[in-house]
Ligand binder design. Structure first.
Ligand SMILES: [Zn+2]
Length: 84
């Protein structure tokens, strides 16, 4: 799973992660997955939070998901494409 945004337990037994992943067309879509309870800590570490920041290039506010270990992006995704 590309971006984990939540880990939760349902019906007393089944742990699930939910987040975004690429489908067959390479598009990000929301999905959920059952996980092994032993891996809960791992997914919690990977969990991303939604943040907002102001783009350094265009000055527009943009939102993104990151884990607490990722660094804060300073350029929005629209402007970032111009670098390549
Ligand atoms: Zn921008």
């Amino acid at each position: 799973m590309k971006t984990v945004i939540g880990v939760s337990k349902k019906h007393n037994s089944v742990w699930r992660v939910y987040g975004y992943d690429y489908d067959d067309d390479d598009k990000l879509k929301l999905c959920t997955k059952k996980i092994n309870p032993l891996l809960v800590w791992f997914y919690k570490l990977k969990k991303s939070k939604k943040y907002n920041n102001i783009c350094d290039v265009c000055g527009e506010e943009f939102s993104f998901y990151k884990t607490r270990f990722d660094k804060m992006p300073e350029i929005c995704f629209n402007c970032e494409e111009w670098d390549y």
